[in-house]
Ligand binder design. Structure first.
Ligand code: GDD
Length: 329
């Protein structure tokens, strides 16, 4: 007997995670409905390769409003919904706190409420974040570690995280939060520190740029590869019961380590090219993130394939190829 094709809705589909998750779900035979905020500049580079796929549909919707949520949920009757939309830049959230809270916090409430009223049987994934641990010095951080958010972005994520539990228990909905530690890739936005470093290293190597300006080099992050992390998202929705999971590599490195490693691969001298600019420091920093992914390892059977070294090499090689291709145009 032929089984019905599953339908997944992904908010934030044009982002790094949205694009990798679309690739994964389409490969698994899903129909994917991607939600994108309408902008006059198109900004769909990460999903342009999916346009000809008959199982991929793009719809417009902003997390600021909920009218489209009811319409799209009723139209597609999804089996799974992945909420990846957010104002996801921590530094930017200090400058735009209200907008961040509305998209990253209230947006989740709008979506959960629309799901409860139209398709309460659908499975829901929320992109929670290790930023929620904030400046809690306790490491490694697991699902029980106290949340001490240190930015408007993280406060909004905590609001959403608590709502997921509230809807799961209160309305018996299959709703999960993935507490994802930093995850990067060649598709990472260029203002996040890892991509900023790999892109600058490639450009300096090719003589296209002289200097790289960075902020706090002492902060430590548990960096994994986004390709690995979207598999964990999918696995969370394939279990008998919904739950929350920390997704991390279990290793932490400072920004300085990452910088020296990438510049080492590129054969560049950090002292010649890198300067500190106070504008990249944050009013309230998260000094140390180190995740304990034991629950995801044992219950989901999930394992990351990339560590920081493989990740940084992948990103640097990709940026070098991008810059070379641009030069040859
Ligand atoms: N962006 C940026 N730019 N960060 C810098 C810079 C710089 O020039 N210099 C130093 N840093 C430091 C930041 O202060 C921070 O401690 C660390 O590098 C990482 O910054 P980001 O790459 O911007 O990521 P993040 O840790 O703030 O947040 C990311 O990970 C979260 C998961 O923990 C984002 O992807 C969030 O959306 C995500 O939730």
């Amino acid at each position: 007997m032929k089984t019905k094709k599953k339908t997944a809705i992904i908010t934030g589909v044009t982002g790094q995670d949205g694009s990798y998750l679309s690739d994964l779900l389409l490969k698994k035979g899903y129909k994917v409905v991607g939600i994108k905020r309408r902008t006059s500049l198109i900004c769909t580079d990460r999903i342009d390769h999916l346009y000809d796929n008959e199982n991929f549909v793009l719809e417009y919707g902003s997390m600021h409003a909920s009218d489209w949520m009811y319409r799209i949920l009723l139209k597609y009757k999804p089996d799974e919904i992945y909420n990846l939309a957010a104002q996801s830049h921590v530094r930017v959230s200090f400058d735009n706190p209200v907008e961040t809270a509305d998209i990253t916090g209230m947006g989740t409430l709008r979506l959960l409420e629309a799901i409860r009223q139209t398709c309460p049987g659908a499975k829901f994934y929320q992109a929670s974040s290790s930023e929620m641990f904030g400046d809690n010095p306790e490491v490694p951080q697991n699902e029980k570690t106290a949340l001490m958010p240190a930015s408007p972005y993280a406060c909004a994520k905590v609001f959403s995280h608590n709502l997921v539990r509230n809807y799961r228990i209160g309305y018996n909905m299959y709703a999960c939060s993935g507490i994802l530690f930093n995850h990067e890739s060649p598709r990472r936005g260029e203002t996040f520190v890892t991509r900023k470093i790999t892109k600058a290293a490639a450009r300096i190597k090719l003589g296209l740029q002289e200097k790289l300006y960075l902020g706090n080099l002492e902060a430590k992050r548990d960096w994994g590869h986004a390709k690995d992390y979207v598999e964990a998202m999918w696995l969370m929705l394939q279990q008998d019961t919904p739950d929350d999971y920390v997704i991390a590599t279990g290793q932490t490195h400072s920004v300085e380590n990452f910088l020296y490693f990438v510049f080492g691969v590129a054969g560049l001298n950090v002292d010649h090219h890198v300067e500190i600019d106070p504008k990249f420091f944050r009013p309230h920093e998260v000094p140390l993130l180190l995740g304990d992914p034991t629950k995801a390892f044992t219950k989901l059977g999930w394992r990351p394939k990339y560590d920081m070294v493989k990740l940084a090499e992948d990103m640097y090689e990709s940026d070098l190829a991008i810059e070379l291709a641009r030069m040859q145009k």
